[in-house]
Ligand binder design. Sequence first.
Ligand code: FAD
Length: 303
Amino acid sequence: PYDMLVVGGGPAGAAAAVYSARKGIRTGVVAERFGGQVADTMAIENFISMKATDGPKLVAGLEQHVLDYDVDVMKMQKAVRLEKKEFIEIELENGAILKSKSIVLATGARWREMNVPGEQTYRNKGVAYCPHCDGPIFKGKKTAVIGGGNSGIEAAIDLAGIVEHVTVFEFADTLRADDVLVKKANSLSNVTIIKNAMTTEVLGDGQKVTGLKYTDRTTDETHTVDVAGIFVQIGLVPNSEFLKDTLELTNRGEIIIDSHGRTSVEGVYAAGDVTNIPFKQIIISMGAGATAALGAFDYLIRH
Ligand code: FAD
């Protein structure tokens, strides 16, 4: 068996693998797609100590760093089941079973998409999912936020301090966000909130976003709004479906961890966007991956 098996090859998984391997213990990494969400990212300007980098460069760096050590990297392999027997077992989609004394789950998350024409074409060209990451790109420009839940209204308040104007589009006739956030957003002169709005298309000039189309659900009329950026804030879905019956998850499917990265199953640790940590960022996931690996190592030396 492995001493530590890491499931996931994003920033959290890569950090966990490096920390594990540096302890001289038998380490494996199984990842569906090495790099995770970073592979889908263009400009990265908040990875401290690197003023600017991009997704592909950071992914190459993650992989090189892991491969510098004696780590079994199993790419393009999906975990479908976790079970604790004598060892902890991870079953892969191809039927293979990997055994390990400890596990770090770092399977990340995915942003829920609008699934409207233009969204894919203009992803990273105006369509964005992370205000902490891409807010400054739209400095002085008009932007839209899709979704009136807590993350949408938080995004609108955050962006209002950077961009010229923010319009929030909410599908329902009420906002799901906390009252205190809604009050704050309503108090800002450069935030407009439109309810009963169904976004139907992302518009662009072939290079970048120029606007969006939405239908007013009360009148059925279609409107066009000029914006340079569209932040989609309709949910971040943790990749934890395969763990539903084995680990304690939040009602949103996030793996519940403590300060050592421990989950509800002994010997199983977790890190990064798949967990219930409040903020989902590259630098935070890396720190969480290191924490989980050290937590798991602490467990191993006691068992
Ligand atoms: P992920 O990066 O999601 O990696 C998950 C890993 O697990 C992947 O290797 C995946 O293939 C694997 N996996 C999933 N399920 C399974 C399974 N069942 N079996 C095996 N492997 C599995 N953050 C910033 O700090 N700055 C930015 O500028 C920034 N820009 C972003 C732009 C975009 C478009 C997106 C989508 C995100 C951005 N983020 C940014 C957020 C950042 O990418 C994430 O917070 C970070 O990647 C989370 O790391 P992670 O390792 O927890 O998960």
